[in-house]
Design a protein around this ligand. Structure first.
Ligand code: EPZ
Length: 420
């Protein structure tokens, strides 16, 4: 397994181009299943979860071509409607083929996503919504099997706001017979990006960006060209990195208005942030103030930024509380941050962080995607050398993170698994 070796103490300076949004690219790639005509995508991030999704589509018979950030999908010859356990167990977002397969082919067999480090993450709402649209669903031998001659429009109210649940049901509804209303829909920008692609493919969707999506089903969808929105979580990760390590960095290819909750909290911590149409400049030349935060659904503070902001709080001036309201086990980074000298205690959904002047380098282990980003940020502020193991977690969700940080002046080196 690859490791990262980071020597702390470097300030960050320069420019970084933020990649396309992982959590928009994954549902958008699966939406390619909905049409027999080619879909041309741009600004697709080059990271492990995208490569896994392309592999999943290829074994279904989808022809794909990837040239840097450009991806072309051709689902004119899909001949296998199964998402196997071997792939699904490496990436839960594989569940996003369920809606498109049932919508276009009338059947699907998708392995149940197993457990995950950050929580149970059931998919009961995905299933409930498809059943409301007339799908016959059985769950046995670890597979979800779904069948429907043709899905029927329905009014669906999910029990809680679910991002991929909304996306799966949206992709099912666009080819259903009649109108579907999804109440309590997720409003994350990535859901809107998927909806915009579907409209470009000929879908009829109203309420994009709101918590009520109204879809008029159509007979079929045609091909389209689409550019994936920038990754607001990657952008937020770099903002937190500069806030913690100090420096002056310009982020290019971002949408500042998708990050307001994070930007507000960073300004409260004393960070200077300027915003343009598609750029942000972040400056920090003193110790941050400790800031309380609570995660919630968009547009509130994103759970995917909780670990990164906690890394900043570990060295901030004062004590802070971080409340994780979305996932039941998303504090795996806490013990590892404490190994670097942080003073964090957990009480249920709340982490209490007493800021310290300095962290000290140590051997630590990544446990999940955003936890690994949190450890990278903390390591850049720690005295001496930090070795982060299992960074395949980082590679799943970030496009060339260490190359971007090195360009900004960080001292980050990758040790390949076989070298260690
Ligand atoms: C998406 O996961 C993201 N992944 C996650 O990003 C993100 O943390 C999460 O949304 C919340 O914003 C992708 O978009 C690929 P949910 P998702 O369904 O859709 C419960 C990252 O780091 N729930 O919105 O799986 C669930 O357990 C990843 O990039 C049910 O109970 O999250 C959770 O507590 C991590 N039943 C809450 O709802 C369901 O059927 C929100 O989950 C569905 C969800």
């Amino acid at each position: 397994m690859d490791k990262l070796v980071i020597v702390g103490g470097q300030k960050l300076a320069g420019e970084v181009i933020v990649s396309g949004a992982k959590n928009a690219a994954l549902p958008i790639l699966c939406a390619g299943l909905l049409s027999a005509e080619p879909v041309h995508l741009d600004n697709v991030p080059d990271l492990q979860d995208v490569r896994t999704t392309l592999k999943l589509l290829n074994q279904m018979g989808v022809r794909t071509e990837q040239d840097g950030a450009r991806v072309q999908l051709d689902a004119s010859n899909v001949n296998n409607l199964v998402a196997p356990y071997e792939l699904v167990k490496t990436m839960r977002a594989s569940i996003l083929v369920l809606g498109p397969l049932v919508a276009r082919f009338g059947e699907a067999k998708v392995s149940l996503p197993g457990g995950c480090a950050i929580g149970a993450r059931p998919v009961d709402q995905h299933i409930k919504g498809l059943q409301a649209m007339g799908a016959e669903i059985t769950i046995e031998h670890g597979f979800i099997e779904a069948r429907a001659k043709r899905l029927k429009g329905a009014r669906i109210v999910t029990d809680m706001i679910t991002v991929t649940g909304t996306e799966n049901l949206l992709m099912a509804a666009v080819l259903a017979d009649g109108e579907t209303v999804i109440e309590n829909a997720a409003r994350e920008p990535e859901v809107g990006d998927l909806a915009n692609l579907l409209v470009a493919m000929g879908a009829k969707i109203d309420g994009i960006g709101t918590d009520r999506l109204m879809i008029q089903g159509v007979e079929k969808l045609h091909g389209a060209q689409h550019t994936v929105i920038p990754d607001r979580i990657e952008a937020g990760t770099f903002l937190c990195a500069v806030a913690a390590a100090g420096g002056d960095v310009v982020l290019r290819n971002v949408r500042p208005n998708t990050l307001d909750a994070v930007t507000d909290k960073l300004r409260e911590a004393g960070v200077t942030i300027e915003e343009g149409d598609d750029w942000m400049r972040v400056r920090m030349h003193e110790r941050a103030r400790a800031v309380n935060l609570r995660t919630s659904e968009y547009p509130a503070f994103p759970t995917d930024m909780q670990a990164q902001f906690m890394a900043l709080n570990t060295i901030a001036d004062g004590t802070s509380q971080v409340v994780e309201n979305i996932f039941e086990n998303r504090f795996m980074h806490v013990q590892e941050l404490n190994r670097l000298g942080a003073h964090i205690t957990i009480d249920g959904k709340t982490a209490l962080i007493a800021g310290v002047e300095k962290l000290s380098g140590a051997k630590v282990m990544a446990t999940d995607l955003r936890a690994s980003a949190s450890l990278v940020i903390a390591a850049m502020c720690a005295e001496g050398e930090t070795l982060i193991d299992r960074i395949y977690h980082l590679d799943r969700g970030y496009d060339r993170m260490e190359a971007k940080l090195t360009k900004l002046g960080a001292n980050v080196k990758r040790i390949k698994g076989n070298e260690a």
